[in-house]
Design a protein around this ligand. Structure first.
Ligand code: XIL
Length: 362
C-alpha cells in the first residue's frame, strides 16, 4: 500500500492482514479494505468520541485511519499567536494508538477554522511558526502518518480569483504554497504530504487549476506525495461528479506520481428528493458504489468518509446544509443521510455498498 515504508507497514497493519483472510460483507470495513491492501477511515469528532462509547466502539471497529474533524485546525492548535495547545488532538492520537488506527493531520493551512488574529493568507513567518509548532509536536508520533499541508487553496469559482493560471484564492501566491511545502519538509519529511481540495471530482474549472498547482509544486521540487480529493458529493447539483472527467483527474495524478486519496467523502442527495427514506438510502448507496468503483479502478488505496454516522454529520448544521432543498424547507432535514451508519449506528445500504466496492476492487 505504498503509503507506509515497507517494514513499518507490516507492523502497523499486521492485525488487519491476519484477520483479513476470512472476511464477508459484514466484517469490519478496515478488514475488508485490508484484503485489498487498502484503508477505510472516517473523520472523528473528539467531543463525541470521549462521551459516546457506542460511537467510539464503532470507529475502533471499522476504521484503520481517522481524521480529526477540527482538533488540528489552526484555531484549535494555535489559538493565540505562538501559544500552542494539543490537548484535544492528542486525545484523538492516543485513541488511535490504543486502537491501531493511523491519524491523518488536517490541516496546516486553510482559509477557515482560523483564530481571529490570523490574516488570510498568513505571512510566511506566521506559517513557519505554526508549522514548526504543530508538525514538530507530532514528529515522533507513532500514529500520525500524513498531513494536509494545505487545504482548499483554489478559489470557489473563477470570479473569485485574480490568478487565471492556478485559480488561487485572492492574496494567495503559488510561491507561498511552495514555501509552505518546502518548510514543512524541513520540519518533518517522514510524513506523507497532501494538497487537499473539493470540487475536483470531474473535469471542472477547479480540477484543472488544482492539477496545475500539483504540477507546479512537483516542478518546484516541493515534497508532495498525495492529492486529497475531498469528495463531498452533492448529487443532482453542481457538486456531482462526471465519471469520465473524474477518471482522467485520477489518471493525471497517478501519472504525476502524486497519489490520489479520498479524504472527506459523503453523499448528499439534493433536489429532487425521492419520496421515501428507503429510496434515498438506495440513491446514496448507489452513489458510493459508482464513485468508489471509479476510485478503485485507478488504484486509490485510502478512502476516508467525513464522519461515520448520520448522528454526527457536518451537513446537518445550518451553515453547511444545501440551501434550497434543506435550509428553505427544514421539514426535510431527515433526508440528510450522507454516511454509512444511521443515527442509531445501524449499518445502512451505503455501508454495504462501500464494503462491496472494496470486495470487488481489483
Ligand atoms: C468542517 C467540520 O466538519 C465542521 O464541523 C466545521 O464547523 C467546519 O469544517 N472541508 C474540510 C473540512 O476540509 O475541514 C470541513 O470540516 C468540511 C469541508
Amino acid at each position: 500500500m505504498g503509503f507506509l515504508q515497507k517494514d513499518k507497514q507490516k507492523e502497523d497493519d499486521s492485525t488487519d492482514y491476519i484477520a483479513a483472510t476470512n472476511t464477508d460483507v459484514n466484517s469490519p470495513l478496515r478488514q475488508i479494505a485490508a484484503t485489498k491492501k487498502k484503508r477505510y477511515g472516517a473523520a472523528v469528532d473528539g467531543e463525541f468520541l470521549f462521551k459516546e462509547k457506542d460511537y467510539a466502539d464503532l470507529i475502533a471497529r471499522e476504521c484503520s485511519i481517522v481524521t480529526p474533524n477540527g482538533e488540528l485546525k489552526w484555531n484549535a492548535t494555535e489559538p493565540q499567536p505562538g501559544k500552542f495547545t494539543f490537548e484535544s488532538a492528542d486525545a484523538i492520537a492516543n485513541f488511535c494508538q490504543k486502537n491501531n488506527i493511523a491519524l491523518h493531520g488536517h490541516t496546516l493551512f486553510w482559509h477557515m477554522g482560523n483564530p481571529d488574529w490570523l490574516p488570510y493568507p498568513p505571512t510566511l513567518e506566521m506559517i513557519q511558526r505554526h508549522v514548526t509548532g504543530v508538525m514538530g509536536h507530532y514528529r515522533n508520533s507513532p500514529v500520525l502518518k500524513s498531513w494536509d499541508i494545505a487545504n482548499e487553496i483554489i478559489a470557489d469559482n473563477e470570479n473569485e480569483t485574480d490568478d487565471p493560471t492556478y485559480g488561487l484564492r485572492r492574496g494567495v501566491k503559488p510561491e507561498l504554497i511552495r514555501d509552505l511545502f518546502k518548510f514543512a519538509a524541513s520540519v518533518d519529511p517522514t510524513k506523507k504530504f497532501y494538497l487537499n481540495d473539493y470540487g475536483i471530482e470531474g473535469a471542472t474549472w477547479r480540477s484543472s487549476r488544482f492539477l496545475k498547482m500539483v504540477e507546479y509544486l512537483k516542478n518546484s521540487g516541493a515534497k508532495i506525495d498525495g492529492a486529497g480529493i475531498q469528495s463531498h458529493l452533492w448529487f443532482s447539483t453542481a457538486y456531482g461528479f462526471d465519471a469520465t472527467g473524474f477518471s482522467s483527474v485520477l489518471k493525471r495524478l497517478n501519472d504525476l506520481g502524486v497519489k490520489p486519496v479520498i479524504t472527506e467523502l459523503d453523499i448528499i442527495i439534493d433536489t429532487p428528493l425521492p419520496d421515501s427514506i428507503q429510496k434515498l438510502d438506495q440513491m446514496v448507496a448507489d452513489g458510493y458504489k459508482r464513485f468508489l468503483d471509479i476510485c478503485f479502478a485507478a488504484d486509490v488505496d485510502t478512502v476516508i468518509t467525513w464522519g461515520i454516522t448520520d448522528r454526527h454529520t457536518w451537513i446537518r448544521h445550518p451553515d453547511w446544509m444545501p440551501k434550497k432543498t434543506y435550509r428553505d424547507n427544514p421539514s426535510v432535514w431527515q433526508f440528510l443521510r450522507p454516511l454509512p451508519f444511521d443515527e442509531n449506528l445501524q449499518p445502512k445500504l451505503a455501508r454495504n455498498a462501500i464494503a462491496q466496492a472494496f470486495m470487488q476492487a481489483p
